[in-house]
Write a protein that binds this ligand. Structure first.
Ligand code: NAD
Ligand code: UDP
Length: 346
């Protein structure tokens, strides 16, 4: 039971996209800190299972809603985290206009809600605002190299527009808006079929299916474990004064996709072999965050190594797939999404 001092400190926090992979971990963290959480999600790319354990929590409310439509609430909000947006390339490209509108209209709607409540606002932006970067590693002053007409533009340009909305709202004095640029993050509760590299490799290895590598696997990414990201999000939302600049959050360890596939294979008893598939258009060649700003402004740095994070994630997928395959479960094991399409059931 919370004592009266905890009750006084308790904030009411809206998490848009709170049923998603990152959002559900953020909801857990905010509730554990004694806050009241209102989760707003359309379940477009997530499963209600992510927040099912929270449904009976006395301070948790779930609202099924698409943020492209304005949201009216009677509750007073102290903070809004906007994580609502598909994050996996095959999924955000499945309905690109809706993806763009989610970042533009959706973020606009939530900023208006924040202004009405005088609530602080954190926008989940992305390393994709740097596009296929010509500077390496990427720091926040780099303006990026984005193809505004290609298949990734719905996501990259949508997120860039959302950043502009946030900084305009801040400059106008309407909203205490903050922007985090998230680099590739992984962990438990990624959808097994959502098509991102970590979930694809683990699910394929667990099923003894070929490990799909797009291109020659020499492209690099930097992988951040989800608990480290959530720590960074909470710090950026609460740091005073508002830094008024975007902040990279990611793990600076840089790995080729081929190295990642080898790591996954070495951590599992699998017969899977690598197959190479065509590299999707505009796939960034190199990516690594410069996290000097996060270190300086937030005192943040990642704590979980890729080895440790992968083994936790593999254990979670093992349990989840076993549960889905159990004869008592009505669920079927979903197909993995590929570069060319979206899995059934999404
Ligand atoms: P996710 O797909 O698991 O979660 C996104 C959530 O938003 C889902 O629950 C989905 O149903 C919901 N959603 C999508 N469109 C919506 C809409 N119009 N209205 C309401 N809900 C909607 O992805 P994630 O990995 O948890 O990513 C969370 C956020 O972080 C996203 O905004 C993503 O762009 C950003 N991000 C994530 C990563 C990463 O590596 N995980 C990297 C960069 C940025
Ligand atoms: N990728 C791959 N095989 C897969 C899925 C992805 O080789 O089954 C590659 C993809 O082309 C990209 C990298 O892995 O170069 C990371 O892909 P992801 O979709 O996870 O994230 P993003 O491209 O958005 O960084």
């Amino acid at each position: 039971m919370l004592d009266s001092s905890n009750a006084r400190r308790r904030k009411t926090i809206l998490v848009a996209g709170g049923a998603g992979f990152v959002g559900s971990h953020l909801c857990d963290e905010l509730l554990a800190a004694g806050n009241r959480v209102i989760c707003v999600d359309s379940y477009l790319t997530s499963s209600p299972a992510n927040v099912a354990p929270l449904q009976n929590h006395p301070h948790f409310t779930m609202i099924k809603h698409d943020i492209c439509n304005p949201l009216k609430l009677n509750d007073h909000l102290d903070q809004i985290y906007n994580l609502a947006c598909p994050a996996s390339p095959p999924l955000y490209q499945a309905d690109p206009i809706h993806t763009m509108m989610t970042s533009v209209s959706g973020t606009g709607n939530l900023l208006k809600l924040a202004a009405r409540n005088n609530a602080s606002f954190l926008q989940a932006s992305t390393s994709e605002v740097y596009g296929d970067p010509e500077e390496h590693p990427q720091n926040e002053d780099y303006w990026g190299h984005v193809n505004c007409t290609g298949p990734r533009a719905c996501y990259d340009e949508g997120k860039r527009a959302a950043e502009a909305l946030c900084f305009d709202s801040l400059r106008a004095g309407d909203v205490d808006a903050r922007v985090v640029r998230i680099f590739n993050t992984y962990g438990p509760r990624m959808q097994p079929n959502d098509g991102r590299i970590v979930s694809n490799l683990i699910v394929q290895a667990l099923r003894d299916e070929p490990l799909t590598i797009y291109g020659d696997g020499a492209q690099t990414r930097s992988f951040c474990y989800v608990s480290d990201l959530v720590d960074g999000l909470v710090r950026l939302m609460n740091v005073q004064p508002n830094p008024a600049v975007p902040v990279n959050i990611g793990n600076p360890g840089e790995f080729t996709i081929a190295e990642l596939a080898d790591m996954v294979r070495s951590m599992l008893p699998t017969r899977s072999k690598v197959v190479n598939k065509p590299l999707p258009a505009d796939d960034p060649q190199r990516r690594r965050p410069d996290i000097a700003r996060a270190r300086e402004l937030l005192g943040w740095e990642p704590k979980v190594s890729l080895d440790e994070g992968l083994s936790r994630t593999i254990a979670w997928f093992q349990n989840t797939l076993l549960e889905q395959a159990s004869p008592r479960s009505s669920k079927t094991v979903p197909k993995v999404a590929g570069a060319t399409g979206v899995p059934q059931g999404i």
